[in-house]
Structure formats: C-alpha cells, structure tokens
Design a protein around this ligand. Structure first.
Ligand SMILES: C[S@@+](CC[C@H](N)C(=O)[O-])C[C@H]1O[C@@H](n2cnc3c(N)ncnc32)[C@H](O)[C@@H]1O
Length: 262
C-alpha cells in the first residue's frame, strides 16, 4: 500500500541535503549513481545537442543540492537559474558554486559527462563553465500559481525538472495543475524537460523515508496533454538493478520532452 502523502512542513523539517547526496550520488554506492545518472546525463546530452534545445535562459526547478543535471545545459544556455523549496538545499548548492572545501565532490559524474561530450573539455573547465552560467539561486514552490512568488522570473526558453514533482503532488490532478502553472514560466514554444522515476512510493535520504506519488506512463502523457503541451519525445526505461529496493522502490525512469504551443 502507498505511504500517506508527506506534508510540506515534514519535508522542510526532515530533509537533510547531505544525507540525500550520500544516499543517492556517492560514487559506486549511491542508489542513483549508476542507472539513473546514466539515463539522465545521456538523455540531457542528446537533448542539448542533436535534440536542438538551446537558448538564452534555462530554469532548473527543484534543483536540490545537485549539479549533474546542468552539466550539458551549460554548453548551450547563456544563463541558468536554479531553484528549490528548501533553504538547506539552496545552501548546499551554493557551497559547490563557491568551491567550499566541504562541498559534495561531483568529479566522477563530471568526468562521465565530459566523456559523453567527446572529452572536448576537462572536468575542471567544465565545472568552471557551469559555475559561470548559474546566475541566480532562487526559492520556489511547485504548489504556488507563481512558483517564484513574490519574484517574477521572465519567461525562459527551457524548464528542467528532475526527481521533483512526485514529492509535492499528492495525485495526478495536482501534477497536471503544476504543469499548467509552469506554462507561465516558459516563452511560447519553450521546452519543458521532466525526468523522474516510475511507479515509486518512497525513497530515503539517509535514514529518513519520504513518500512519492507513483507516476504511471499513460497518466503522465495524459497530464502533459491536458495541461496543453505538445509532447516531442517520451522515454521510459525499466530499472535493471533492484538490489537497493529498501532504499527506493521505483521500477523505472522516465523522460518527457514537451513544448508550450506558440
Ligand atoms: C529527490 S530531490 C531531487 C533533487 C535533484 N533535482 C536531483 O535530481 O537529485 C527532490 C527535490 O524537490 C524539492 N521539492 C520538494 N517539494 C517541492 C516544492 N513544493 N516545490 C519545489 N521543490 C520542491 C526538494 O526540496 C528536493 O530538492
């Protein structure tokens, strides 16, 4: 049976950015280090090269304390705005931006993306390029009509959302409403790229367990259509390694690339 939906306050009080990074992205051990990183970075690399997605501004929504999702984007956008609900996540991201000696070490994953891109650049230069493109770290809340309220963010060319909406949305109706509100954050024909897990009910950050909305392929595509987007591409892959099912119970990964009509 699915766990009860977590309240926003519970999330704010209990999510530890460092525990999340360690549980998820520790090289060799983190639950998301292998298949997920491979799925996300490969699809992002393709989207920002052969997929032709590029522009002035990319908004990353629900950034958390992570940078992996921006490593290919920084090659084709002038300006990146990152954003998250939680102060502790924005502070952890800022540590990486400021090269704080205590910041999480992303070297393994940066090297992987450099390889995908044909090693045009070394990992240090890649990290510097990303740092130079991040112009703002903002607070956001997916459940607000203007998620950046009271800030008005000018419409962007691309909105990227990784592993986020299954947390605040208690059902697919709420997920669809968030997608509808996101249209105001995009320019006409602007792109939305959503990456996440399928059929999941929980994940852990350290010892703390958080519940998730269980997303299903058919319902996801329906939500995008109902929200008024045009789907360009949808990719679904099953989870092959089920060894850490006690840490997170997702059954697969999805990537939906859609755009706002003219
Ligand atoms: C599982 S983490 C994903 C972090 C990162 N994007 C990644 O790919 O690893 C989920 C993120 O969603 C954020 N989040 C949860 N509720 C939110 C809301 N209502 N609005 C915006 N972000 C939210 C959390 O703070 C957290 O950073």
């Amino acid at each position: 049976m699915a766990a009860p939906h977590i309240s926003q306050q519970d999330y704010i009080d209990n999510f530890n950015a460092r525990d999340y990074l360690q549980t998820s992205y520790t090289p060799g051990k983190g639950i998301l280090f292998g298949e997920w990183i491979e799925f996300a970075t490969r699809n992002l690399h393709e989207t920002f090269t052969t997929g032709g997605v590029r522009g002035d501004t990319l908004l990353d929504f629900g950034t958390g304390p992570t940078i992996y999702q921006l490593l290919s984007a920084c090659e084709v956008f002038d300006k990146i705005i990152v954003s998250d609900l939680l102060e502790q996540n924005r502070a952890e991201f800022q540590k990486w931006l400021n090269k704080d000696p205590d910041a999480f070490d992303w070297t393994h994953i940066i090297k992987g993306v450099c390889e995908l891109e044909g090693n045009r650049e070394n990992p240090e230069k890649k990290a510097e390029k990303l740092r130079s493109k991040v112009k703002q770290v903002l607070k956001c809340d997916a459940l607000k009509i203007n998620p950046y309220d009271p800030v008005i963010v000018p419409p962007a060319d691309c909105l990227l959302v990784c592993l986020c909406l299954e947390i605040p949305c208690k059902d697919m109706k709420s997920y669809c409403n968030v997608l509808k509100n996101f249209k105001d954050l995009l320019k006409p024909e602007g792109h939305i790229l959503i990456f996440s897990t399928l059929n999941a009910t929980y994940y852990h950050a350290g010892k703390k367990r958080f519940s998730l909305l269980s997303s299903k392929k058919e319902e996801l595509e329906m939500a995008f259509k109902e929200a008024g987007y045009i789907i360009k591409k949808a990719v679904y892959t099953p989870r092959a390694d089920k060894s850490k099912i006690d840490v997170a119970d997702y059954e697969g990964h999805y990537f939906i690339h859609a755009h706002k009509p003219k």
